[in-house]
Design a protein around this ligand. Structure first.
Ligand SMILES: [Zn+2]
Length: 258
């Protein structure tokens, strides 16, 4: 098979590709070996997924929902201790419980001094933080492109069809290189609360992530990705989101996921 990203056919491709990163709790949604080459797999993990996972917004989201990465580590939540004047990290571990320390080693001393000298204090931890739009758009573009591949595979069709669609060339370039276009807008809204549980057959469960594709009557294809109750939408055919805003307005504000 030919790699769906670099379109090369002679590169080693021994790894499965996770459509949603493992560090967001995904173990089941993968593309089989041979679809994404190891070079692209590695690049996407380092340059497309990692910048998003390491953003304060996603680090704190993973930390407070106790979602371990693939090495079993839950990331620290980033916060600020006004009394000590230092950024702090709050870490959860299943063996040691909660611990708190200065974010930077250089701040250890003033932070410890403050803790030892105070009977009470407070730490502020952001629930929302700005996410770089380009980082978010490349991350969603990667997921959307891979959902297309997953749909082709599920229908027993050739994933090579992706490389033959001129409409997808810009998205592939944006995900792989991120240089053009200047801006690729993403639509964001909350569709349920983080941590909400759902019922099925008397069982209660939480949804960490889910996704689908939407094809509008204008023949635009959108990837709809919900992470911890927040819906993120990207147009796979080009950098515009108006068609999705129109779709929401014409569908009483519902989500294509439901
Ligand atoms: Zn490749």
């Amino acid at each position: 098979m030919r790699c769906i990203f670099c379109l090369e056919s002679d590169r080693p491709a021994r790894s499965v590709e996770h459509i949603i990163p493992e560090s967001l709790g995904n173990t089941e949604h993968v593309l089989p070996r041979g679809v994404v080459c190891d070079l692209c797999n590695n690049y996407l993990a380092r340059k497309v997924e990692k910048p998003l996972l390491d953003s304060i917004h996603f680090m704190n989201l993973r930390g407070r929902n106790v979602v371990p990465n693939k090495r079993g580590m839950v990331p620290p939540q980033y916060g600020f201790c006004p009394g000590a004047g230092t950024p702090v990290g709050i870490q959860f571990s299943s063996t040691e419980g909660l611990s708190i320390g200065a974010w930077d080693e250089a701040d250890d001393e003033p932070f410890v001094k403050y803790i030892l000298g105070s009977s009470k204090g407070c730490v502020l931890v952001p629930l929302e933080a700005r996410i770089d739009e380009r980082v978010l758009a490349r991350f969603l573009g990667k997921i959307g492109y891979e959902i297309l591949a997953q749909r082709l595979i599920a229908a027993n069709l050739d994933v090579d069809a992706l490389s033959e669609q001129p409409e997808l060339a810009l998205l592939r370039r944006f995900v792989r290189q991120g240089d053009v276009p200047d801006r690729w807008p993403v639509h964001r809204r909350r569709i349920y609360r983080e941590g909400d549980s759902f019922q099925d057959d008397g069982q209660s469960y939480e949804v960490l992530h889910e996704y689908t594709l939407l094809c509008t009557d204008q023949i635009e294809i959108y990837a709809i990705v919900c992470l911890f109750g927040e819906e993120f939408v990207i147009n796979l055919g080009g950098p515009s989101i108006e068609g999705y805003e129109r779709w929401i307005a014409n569908n009483q504000g519902r989500s294509p996921l439901y």
